[in-house]
Design a protein around this ligand. Structure first.
Ligand code: RP5
Length: 163
């Protein structure tokens, strides 16, 4: 597998970093090279557009875009690239992330964004891993082991049940 980044993780603000740590943890666990950038569709529109337009040429296979509030970052990213874009709605202070969720999930037809749950940074990473696994058999194997371990952990909890 290439050493250059395969997944781009972008977010509107550094205040999104604590939530997005779960994305970094999964991508590190699977040993998939990724890059992280703070890019805002409204504060740094030029830089964001340049990043999105050149993403595929630079070797990225998918982009995870996290944003809160009027969260247009994932949708605008998807407008600039035909790479799969995964949107993470960040829990906002005023509306608890409902604003972020609806802004990201309600994309008009033609330009999709795969939206995960509010603060669903872990699932965003797993979905990105699944995309990479389509062309990387070693990642597919790791995914199979990951799911098997998760099932075992879940079943193991039955042994602790006492009534
Ligand atoms: C969005 O606005 C960011 O993604 C963040 O979730 C939210 C608040 O940003 P800050 O005001 O904390 O920089 O653009």
């Amino acid at each position: 597998m290439s050493n250059s980044p395969l997944i781009g993780v972008i977010m509107g603000s550094d205040s999104d970093l604590p939530v997005m740590q779960k994305t970094f943890d999964i991508l590190n666990e699977f040993n998939i090279p990724f890059e992280v950038k703070i890019l805002s569709a409204h504060r740094t529109p030029g830089e964001h557009a340049e990043y999105s337009k050149t993403a595929e040429r630079r070797g990225l296979k998918t982009i995870i875009a996290a944003a809160g509030g009027a969260a247009h970052l994932p949708g605008v990213t998807a407008a600039h690239t035909s790479l799969p874009v995964i949107g993470v709605p960040i829990k906002s202070k005023s509306l608890s992330g409902l604003d972020s969720l609806l802004s990201i999930v309600q994309m008009p037809s033609g330009i999709p964004v795969a939206t995960v749950a509010i603060d669903g940074a872990k699932n965003a990473a797993i979905l990105a891993v699944e995309i990479i696994a389509l062309s990387e058999p070693s990642i597919k194997e790791k995914l199979t082991v990951y799911r098997h371990r998760m099932a075992q952990d879940s079943m193991g909890k039955n042994d602790m049940l006492q009534f």
